[in-house]
Every structure is written in C-alpha cells, then in structure tokens.
Design a protein around this ligand. Structure first.
Ligand SMILES: O=C(O)[C@H]1O[C@H](OP(=O)(O)OP(=O)(O)OC[C@H]2O[C@@H](n3ccc(=O)[nH]c3=O)[C@H](O)[C@@H]2O)[C@H](O)[C@@H](O)[C@@H]1O
Length: 328
C-alpha cells in the first residue's frame, strides 16, 4: 500500500499512474492547491485507488507501507504566492509525514529539490555541495522549507529509526503541468502555440537542465526500492541556456513568435545542472527521454488544452505502459 501526498499534482499523478499500472494499492492525499482531480480522474472507481482531500499540514492517520511525500507547490510564482503556507507544508507537513512513517513503520521518500543548492557556485552540483541560498530572499520559503524538510528526515532517521529516502529533483516538465504553472516550459510552449512573444526573464544566459516526467518517476521508484539513504539528485544533465531553450521550442512548434527580454527574477539561479554519478552508481538510474521527444508530448498536451473552449470538455492525459521504460 502506497500513499502519495500531492498525488493529484503534476509529478504525483504520473507516479500514481506508474504504481497503479504495477498493481499497487494507492492512496492519494492532496489539498488541491496546485493539484487537480482530473489528473487522477482515470483511476477514480478503481478498487486499488483512493483519493483523500487532505492538507498535510494536518496529521494523517492511515495504514500504509510506503509514503512518497510530494505535497508542495513547486513553481516559483505558486510557492511565492503564499510563502507562509509553503513553509508550513514543508515543515509541519514533513513532520506529519515522518510521524506517520514512524507510527506505522513505513518507508518514506521526501521530494526535495535542486533549489537546496540555491544560486550555486559549484557546477555541476553534486549532493555533497551544501548550497548557496539566500535565507531571506523571495525563494527562501521554498528553498529553506525543503532544506528543513531534509534536516527533519535525517533527524527522524537517526532518532526514531525512520527509513528515509531523499530525492533532490531538478527541473521537470511534461503533460499535466498547469496552464498557469508559470515555469519556463509551460510558459514558452503556451506562448509559442498562441503566436505570442516568448518571455525571457533577464539575459537568457542562465542555464537549466530539463528532465521529462517519466524519467523522474522511474528515478523516484528506483530510489524508494533501493537501500540508499543519502540524498540523490534526479535530473537530466543536458544543460541549455534559456535563450537556446526558447529557440528550440519556437522551432518545434513552428511559430513566428518573437523572443523578448523581461526584467530578471530576483535571486534567479544562474546555472543549474545535476551531477548524477550517485544516482547511476547506487540506484542504477539515468534519464533516457531526449528533450525533443519529451517536448513533443508536452506540446501535444498543451495544444489539446488550448483547444478546449469550455470547462466540460475533457483533456485527460491517459498513461500508457510505454511511458515508463521500467514497466516495459
Ligand atoms: O521546473 C522545476 O522542476 C523547478 O522549477 C523551479 O525552478 P526554476 O528553475 O526557477 O524554474 P522556472 O520558473 O521554470 O525557471 C527556469 C528559468 O527560466 C526563466 N523563465 C521562466 C519563465 C519564463 O516565462 N521565462 C523565463 O525566462 C527563469 O527566470 C529561470 O531562469 C522550482 O523552484 C523548482 O523547485 C522546480 O524543481
């Protein structure tokens, strides 16, 4: 029996698909702040599936063997919208999850982030790097929230013998990202599909490394199944500038959008690329989906999303087993 907090969100719902397709019993706990029922709608009514409307800042009492703690807004505009709530989710929420794991003896995987490295002065970023985070900046609610979340995990592991896994997730994209997500992949694709200007924040020289969501799910499952308890980076090491990325999306969509420069975002990390040696060595994982392939699926999803003219029209991304390489 697996529980996924944030299981109706972008990443969580793909993990639900994987576990359901493997025949697990799955309980999703979500407060629907950024998650949506329609991300898991195709499982409603299945005897192995249960959806609970629950905010993890409140304790959760269930019986479970494995917990994936994914609950938290992850897009900068979303996590900055209500910073106190973001902090509560990543501190009180994580305490509640670790408390549950302790009570029922469950294994728990905590979703951390590349943002624990802040605006890094080591490149690429290995897990041994302690980071360069502004503790009072606009991103701090998330960055520091996730850092405390990691600290709590190891405190519970040491003091209470809770069996923890910590995944440091790097930039991830794919179908089911929210139209208003605000992160770069969805913004650029939606702008390109509508022939609007593509908005680069700052010079466009800042870099990111983008992984497709099914690769991440494969990594999360492999980490949970492993005996490795230290933090593990999960990301695609192919690094690109945001300027290049804008051009790639414009070409892929085949539109005539202009690429324009808007003011830079405060404390925006300038370079980000995961060192994934640890993931390769200890959980035998590396990403496999090339950017073009992942982007095609994502463009297709957003094209259908934009074609909806009223709320009752459905755009449900139904998973196939071929989506996850480890299910083949
Ligand atoms: O996508 C993710 O998974 C990550 O997204 C964010 O981190 P960030 O890298 O800042 O994500 P974006 O908002 O997608 O920004 C990436 C870069 O593109 C730029 N950007 C974003 C949006 C846009 O319209 N234009 C644009 O140039 C940003 O300034 C930044 O330099 C979150 O903070 C991470 O927790 C999360 O793991």
């Amino acid at each position: 029996m697996s529980t996924i907090t944030g299981g109706a969100g972008f990443v969580g719902s793909h993990l639900v698909d994987y576990l359901m397709m493997q025949g697990h019993e799955v309980i999703v706990a979500d407060n629907f702040f950024t998650g949506r029922k329609r991300n898991v709608e195709h499982w409603l009514g299945h005897e192995n599936f249960e959806l609970i409307h629950h905010d993890i800042v409140n304790p959760l009492f269930i019986e479970v063997d494995e917990i994936y703690h994914l609950a938290s807004p992850a897009s900068p505009p979303h996590y900055m919208y209500n910073p106190v709530k973001t902090i509560k989710t990543n501190t009180l929420g994580t305490i509640n999850v670790l408390g549950l794991a302790k009570r029922v003896g469950a294994k728990v995987l905590i979703a951390s982030t590349s943002e624990v490295y802040g605006d890094p002065d080591v490149h690429p970023q290995p897990e041994t790097y302690w980071g360069h985070v502004n503790p009072i900046g606009p991103r701090a609610c998330y960055d520091e929230g996730k850092r405390v979340s990691e600290t709590l995990s190891y405190a519970y592991a040491k003091q209470e013998k809770v069996n923890v896994r910590v995944a440091r997730i790097f930039n991830t994209y794919g179908p089911r990202m929210h139209m208003n997500d605000g992160r770069v992949v969805s913004n650029f694709i939606i702008q390109a599909l509508q022939n609007q200007s593509i908005t680069i924040y700052g010079s466009g020289h800042q870099t990111r490394s983008f992984q497709y969501v099914s690769d991440l799910v494969d990594g999360l499952v492999a980490l949970m199944a492993s005996n490795y308890t230290q933090p593990v980076n999960l990301g695609n090491p192919v690094e690109r500038t945001i300027q290049d990325f804008a051009e790639i999306i414009r070409d892929l969509v085949g539109c005539k959008s202009k690429i324009i420069e808007l003011p830079a975002v405060e404390d925006d990390p300038q370079r980000r690329k995961p060192d994934i040696s640890r993931a390769k060595k200890y959980i035998n994982w590396e990403p496999r989906v090339p950017l073009q392939e992942g982007l095609m699926k994502t463009v297709d999803y957003f094209r259908k999303e934009l074609a909806r003219s009223n709320h009752s029209q459905r755009n449900i991304f139904v998973p196939e087993t071929t989506e996850f390489r480890t299910l083949l």
